[in-house]
Design a protein around this ligand. Sequence first.
Ligand SMILES: C[S@@+](CC[C@H](N)C(=O)[O-])C[C@H]1O[C@@H](n2cnc3c(N)ncnc32)[C@H](O)[C@@H]1O
Length: 250
Amino acid sequence: MGFDVTEILKQVACKYSQPEEVAEMNRVFMEGSGLLPVEQTLVGLYFPYPCRVLVIGCGVGRESVALAKQGYRVTGVDITKRLIAEARRNAISENANVTFLETDGHHLEMEERSFDLVVIFSQAVEHIPTSKARIELLKGVRNVLVPNGFLFITAHDRYHPTMSRLRPVFEVITESWAEEGDVFLSNVQGIESEGKAFMHYSKPDEMRTELAEAGFNVWQFARHSQLGGDPDLDRLFYMVCSSQSLESTL
Ligand SMILES: C[S@@+](CC[C@H](N)C(=O)[O-])C[C@H]1O[C@@H](n2cnc3c(N)ncnc32)[C@H](O)[C@@H]1O
């Protein structure tokens, strides 16, 4: 396959549209309590109330509906049309007021400064191929944030020892366009389904660089267990970042 960001993102959407994937996300939505404990810790520490929150890679609405039920004004965007349809249904059934849009997080078309916080939990940014495109996404995020707004982002640390457990579900991309950490993932949610999704396994320094290029300061870095999660998932790291106001970047 040649390299085309749009084509790769279409494959990602196609993977998440598989009936098994949609059913799995809905199962987690129905059985779970919305936000994961580590996510709720971040909300407790950092989310002012009330405020406007944009969730990128919202899936069937897990985080968005939970946040709306806590009183936040939430917009959720996802590249996968089927998931947005499910998210709208789930919000109605939970009596939650959320705006859901089928939108590529890499091409946000919202008004500038229209959100106080942006949430990219569950590693959605890692589905974007190339550092250049991820920086574009982050710049777009900065654009829709108020000055000194906050971004909450998670990713995998490709050098963490527990990454070896994921080895059976990915193949390293060896094509000339690929960057270190690029893989095709056959299993995005712990279940079998058709297709493969692009994934870029990041690392903390690399993400710091991409965030800095886009104009973000990292306020807090934490591994999963530092936020009260299972140390077995310490390959996941979380960053709390502030969008610098124009004055502070000069
Ligand atoms: C691992 S799922 C997480 C879904 C949801 N955040 C959750 O935790 O239930 C990743 C999500 O990111 C979405 N996604 C991937 N690339 C995206 C992009 N460029 N823009 C918006 N959403 C994207 C996928 O469609 C998928 O719903």
